[in-house]
Design a protein around this ligand. Structure first.
Ligand SMILES: C[S@@+](CC[C@H](N)C(=O)[O-])C[C@H]1O[C@@H](n2cnc3c(N)ncnc32)[C@H](O)[C@@H]1O
Length: 380
């Protein structure tokens, strides 16, 4: 295994903080590795950690472990087995089995949809082990088919975007079963790897507060609105495919009184005048980085102020941010100042995060990426 001699500063950071990665400027200027090569990070000859190293990426070293051991098929098989075992008991036929660094597998995401697997390889290092990883999943789970969802994020590591079958036959459509609810998804074309699996638990929590009229903003496949089982439901979503899925899912779940508005939520809120008992605001990640934060917060403020104006007294509003750059405290601050504008009071009924198959590890800073608050409106 290649050795990379770190500066004293980088070595101390590794020893004291055990970070999941090091940036390019923390590695030696002269770094002769193939993109994604497995290397030992050392200081003055002493072993510190094993990592995928990619000189072309801003995150140039991704830690695989803190023990000097071979990184081979067995290594990945052990980690994948452990990740799968940890998920036992999740009540759905669709779940995340591997969540990258949070499962000690930087750059590997694996989602299970019944007999189908959807895999993403987002680091050059993990991409080099694709064949072995596919074999491991075939051995462990005997899937019918494995689909690779390789989005543009791969470009950051010098990889190409790619979407293709890696093994067997992948179902075009799949019915997710979550408790009594059913959602049809298109495994090859839907957003994420097919469905917003990370919102599973939150759909159940928020659904309890649906009563007469629910407004599901940024609805995607309609999960929140369908769980709420309100007397009437309005879904607002910009994607054509997602709107078709909402229609299918409403029918699958016997929802009767609903309207699907294909629109930009910001434009929709300019004109909407109806009032609601439950409003769900679950936008895409406006701020993927801290730099984009201030623009994102302005967008958020508009969404909350407008939604509050449409919310009945005693009604509930669920706010979600799926970006680590805008966290729970930000959502609560925005809600607090928006309540002043609306002249109402807000009670925090629930705080939420991504479901447990998307682990939040304290040593992986951005692994808490989805946060939410369920707020109840009252008046003075
Ligand atoms: C985080 S997802 C919502 C997930 C959904 N609530 C669920 O639990 O399945 C955000 C959704 O907002 C949609 N979207 C993005 N920008 C939008 C906009 N300006 N107006 C309406 N929908 C938008 C995306 O197509 C995507 O389906």
């Amino acid at each position: 295994m290649k050795k990379i001699d770190l500066s004293k500063h980088a070595a101390q950071k590794l020893l004291k903080q055990r970070p999941p990665w090091l940036y390019r400027n923390e590695l030696p200027d002269t770094l002769y590795t193939e993109p994604g090569e497995v290397a030992a990070l050392v200081h003055q000859g002493e072993y510190l950690a094993t990592a995928f190293v990619n000189p072309h990426s801003t995150i140039a070293a991704r830690v695989l472990g803190w023990r000097d051991e071979p990184v081979d098929r067995d290594f990945f098989a052990r980690r994948i087995e452990r990740a799968i075992a940890k998920r036992e008991g999740i009540e759905s036929n669709a779940l995340r089995l591997v969540h990258s660094e949070a499962d000690g597998l930087p750059g590997l995401v694996a989602d299970r949809y019944g007999d189908n697997l959807v895999l993403s390889f987002t680091t050059a290092g993990m991409d080099r082990f694709k064949e072995e990883i596919v074999e491991i999943f075939v051995d462990l789970l005997s899937p019918k088919g494995i689909w690779e969802k390789g989005d543009k994020i791969r470009l950051k590591e010098g990889l190409e975007a790619t979407h293709r079958t890696l093994y067997g036959d992948v179902d075009e459509t799949f019915i997710i079963e979550e408790g009594t609810k059913r959602f049809q998804t298109d495994l090859k074309a839907s957003q994420k790897t097919g469905f917003f699996l990370d919102q599973r638990r939150n759909r159940r929590i928020v659904g309890r507060y649906g009563r007469k009229r629910t407004l599901d903003l940024f609805a995607n496949a309609g999960g929140f609105g369908i769980y709420a089982e309100a007397e009437s439901t309005k879904f607002v979503e910009i994607s054509e495919l997602a709107c078709t899925q909402i229609e299918t899912n409403c029918r699958l779940n016997g929802l009767k009184n609903y309207e699907i508005v294909k629109a930009d939520v910001f434009r929709f809120l300019e004109k909407e005048t109806e009032r609601y008992d439950l409003i769900v605001v679950d936008p895409p990640a406006f701020a993927k980085s801290k730099k984009a934060r201030s623009g994102a917060l302005k967008g958020w403020k508009y969404l909350i102020v407008r939604s509050l104006a449409l919310l009945e007294e005693g009604g509930h509003m669920a706010l979600f941010s799926c970006s680590h750059a805008v966290g729970l405290e930000d959502l609560l601050d925005l809600a607090r100042s928006s309540a002043v504008i609306d002249g109402c009071r807000l009670e925090v009924v629930e705080t939420m995060k991504q479901d447990v198959d998307h682990p939040w590890m304290l040593d992986v800073p951005n692994s808490l990426y989805l946060t939410g608050a369920l707020l109840r409106k009252s008046v003075w």
